[in-house]
Design a protein around this ligand. Structure first.
Ligand code: IVH
Length: 673
């Protein structure tokens, strides 16, 4: 009897697996939903009656019950590299030339061209045919374990199909690929979120990456994630060809993108890339380019990699996507400095991963230059993460009665008169009490990089300004006196008020340079704030300094020094600052460590994309350890820290013989100090 049950359970699992494969990988379902549910119910029932027979690869085990409290680090056995980008035919031919130069003369070279899926990369480890772990790419060396979430994706097999003939040992291997969301599923998800008043995802890539980091696999299971696999990796086997590996992945039951092509030379590669670019519009998912890989794995080994990208593969990025849409209206937005910026309110249009309904027009000169008018049909362009921009007006389709746009005479928010300083392109609202300016100043003060007050975003600030809880940023620190009133606000509740008040208190620990930046003095960005803080060391001495003394600071120009002086000559500002002092904010720079470190008095130039932190963060670390950061490479530069895709600065460093360090070496120095 138990034997019979066991057999039936295995039979049901096999049928369900086969059906998942047909439905989610081949998109050719062979049984009805009703029949499928019947199989699943029967399996669930038998497993409930015989819990000792439940195995982790059973289709009933896709959705775990436990929350993932922390995503454990996973060290990749083989690093997960990223790709260098090319944007033109020339660059592609250049890649081919480098490949040929890197290989013994006369070798036949073939390439595989694949679509570059715009999602989140993962590595799946299979041991003896079963999914063991799934990990994110992380920094390429160490990723995070996201097995529970990945198991919920129906196109990820928990158990592999048996290969008819094993050419390779596949007892322990990794299949790498991209988790993505189809465009229509992404739009539907965002619509649902909009209806629930939740924050929208910017594009399908973010929604995939965000979903993979959710703590509850039950929520993940409801999100329509999908996967394409594109790499087969094993330390126990030497594979021969990428083209063959893709076929093996397919035979094992993985979802492999069907658009891959074997090319005999770079001309064929280029043709395949162009073909994919044309096809892009018709695909159900986002691709942002093509990936070109040397087919022979032996040749890949000879070519090796530099820093984090292989020499044997490259991405060919497609041109920015364009779309036509109509400008319904031109509105004017007031920022924290009072600058009034024109914004095109567009007929919503889907472009390169997101729906766009607004685009900044920068300033009135830009409108005049492109002669942009309300009602115009325009060409909108967006490349990758770049902000959408209006490239041109379709003049042929301009309405006869259209009139040139005009800047407003008065502030659209408070009605005050606008003025235009002679040497600037922007118009300004002259009323510093304008609600838009008040909100803008508060948002800037609380933002990341400034006071970093978690939870105090645009929506709450709007609400608090309307309720007259907040007027200046000093009022933020008095919010704790209104705890009861805050809890009474429907949207908030006790827990979120507690969290908010806690992060407000926490922000008082922000260092002086961040506080100085948060004050929002015109032209004082985070870099200038740091330089002023480093030089004057306290707010009191900066406040006492004359315009001349301020402009003597390295890289601080006359407009900054004038603006700083003006800010501290204003009585209202002085009163606010006094209140901030009373609240205990940091108006004094911490003493620099006097310990000598590797970084002491050395000048660094940072270039390219770093993986562990932003260039700004890396710069902060160097400065904190007594080093200096400069923007241009010269003979005086001690080190150039080169991240991915570093360009001209790296070339200059080479030509001047300046020492170049990788991010890894930099991390080592940081550890050793
Ligand atoms: S191959 C060394 N193939 O693009 C090879 N990557 O910057 C690296 N991607 O991190 C990966 N489609 O997330 C490869 N067909 C494809 C791809 C692909 C998308 C992503 C992947 C990778 C990034 C490269």
């Amino acid at each position: 009897m138990p034997d019979k049950i066991e057999k039936r359970i295995e039979e049901l699992r096999e049928k369900i697996r086969e059906n998942d494969y047909k439905y989610y990988v081949l998109a050719e379902p062979s049984i009805s939903d009703f029949e499928y549910d019947k199989l699943l119910k029967e399996l669930e029932k038998l497993e409930a009656e015989n819990p000792q027979l439940i195995t982790p690869d059973s289709p009933t085990q896709r959705v775990g019950k436990d929350l993932t409290k922390e995503f454990k680090p996973v060290t990749h056995k083989v690093p997960m590299l990223s790709l260098a980008n090319t944007y033109s035919e020339e660059e592609l031919f250049d890649f081919d030339r480098k490949v040929r130069n890197g290989l013994p003369a006369g070798e036949k070279i073939e390439y595989v061209v694949e679509p570059k899926i715009d999602g989140a990369s993962v590595s799946l480890n299979y041991v003896n045919g079963l999914l063991k772990t799934a990990a994110t790419r992380g920094d390429g060396t160490v990723g995070e374990e996201i097995t529970a979430n990945v198991k919920t994706i129906k196109s990820v097999p928990l158990k592999l199909k048996k290969l008819k003939s094993y050419k390779y040992k596949l007892n322990d291997f990794e299949a790498r690929g991209e988790i993505f969301m189809k465009i229509k599923d992404f739009l539907k998800l965002n619509k649902e979120r909009e209806d629930l008043g939740e924050k929208l995802f910017a594009n399908p890539r973010n929604s995939s990456a965000g979903t993979l980091k959710l703590q509850d696999p039950k929520v993940v299971a409801k999100r329509p994630l999908n996967i394409f696999l594109y790499m087969l990796i094993s330390i126990e086997e030497e594979f021969e060809f990428q083209f063959e590996n893709l076929k093996i992945l397919k035979e094992l039951g993985f979802n492999v993108n069907p658009e891959f092509k074997l090319c005999k030379n770079i001309d064929e590669v280029l043709k395949a890339c162009r073909h994919l670019e044309e096809k892009r519009e018709t695909l159900e998912y986002e691709i942002d380019g093509a990936v070109i890989k040397v087919n022979s794995i032996r040749q890949q080994g000879i070519l090796g990699s530099i820093a984090k990208s292989p020499r044997w593969a490259v991405a060919f990025k497609f041109k920015a996507k364009q779309a036509f849409t109509t400008i319904n209206k031109i509105t004017w937005q007031v920022g924290r400095t009072g600058a009034v910026t024109p914004v095109a309110e567009l007929e919503p249009v889907f472009l390169s991963g997101s729906t766009i309904s607004r685009a900044t027009l920068h300033n009135f000169d830009e409108i005049k230059r492109k002669d942009i008018r309300e009602g115009d049909k325009v060409i909108l362009e967006k490349g990758g993460d770049v902000i959408p921009k209006i490239v041109a007006v379709v003049l042929d389709e301009r309405k006869k009665d259209s009139k040139p746009a005009k800047p407003p005479d008065n502030c659209p928010v408070c009605g005050a008169r606008l003025y235009k300083p002679e040497n600037e392109v922007a118009y300004y609202c002259e009323n510093t009490e304008c609600p838009a300016q008040i909100k803008g100043r508060l948002e800037h003060f609380a933002a990341r990089g400034a006071m970093d007050i978690e939870g105090l975003g645009e929506a709450l600030i709007d609400l608090f300004v309307e309720k007259e809880f907040l007027h200046t940023y000093a009022d933020i620190f008095d919010l704790k006196k209104r705890q009861e009133e805050l809890i009474a606000i429907e949207r908030l509740g006790e827990k979120s008020v507690d969290n908010l008040l806690r992060s407000i208190e926490e922000s008082k620990k922000q260092p002086f340079e961040k506080v100085l930046f948060a004050l929002g003095i015109r032209y004082v960005g985070s870099g200038a704030a740091r330089k002023l803080a480093d030089h004057f060391l306290s707010l009191d001495s900066l406040m006492k300094a004359s315009e001349e003394e301020i402009s003597e600071v390295h890289e601080i120009g006359p407009s900054i020094s004038k603006s700083v002086r003006e800010f501290f000559s204003n009585d209202k500002n002085l009163k606010i600052i006094q209140r901030l002092k009373d609240h205990g904010l940091n108006f004094r720079a911490q003493k620099k460590s006097t310990v000598n470190s590797f970084f002491t008095n050395k000048t660094f130039v940072l270039t390219g994309t770093l993986l562990k932190f932003s260039r700004e963060e890396a710069g902060e670390k160097i400065i904190a350890l007594g080093g200096k950061v400069s923007s241009g490479v010269s003979k005086k530069t001690d080190y150039v820290l080169a991240g991915e895709n570093a360009g001209s600065k790296l070339d200059k460093a080479r030509s001047l013989d300046v020492q170049i360090i990788t991010e890894e070496e930099f991390l080592k120095f940081l550890k050793e100090k």
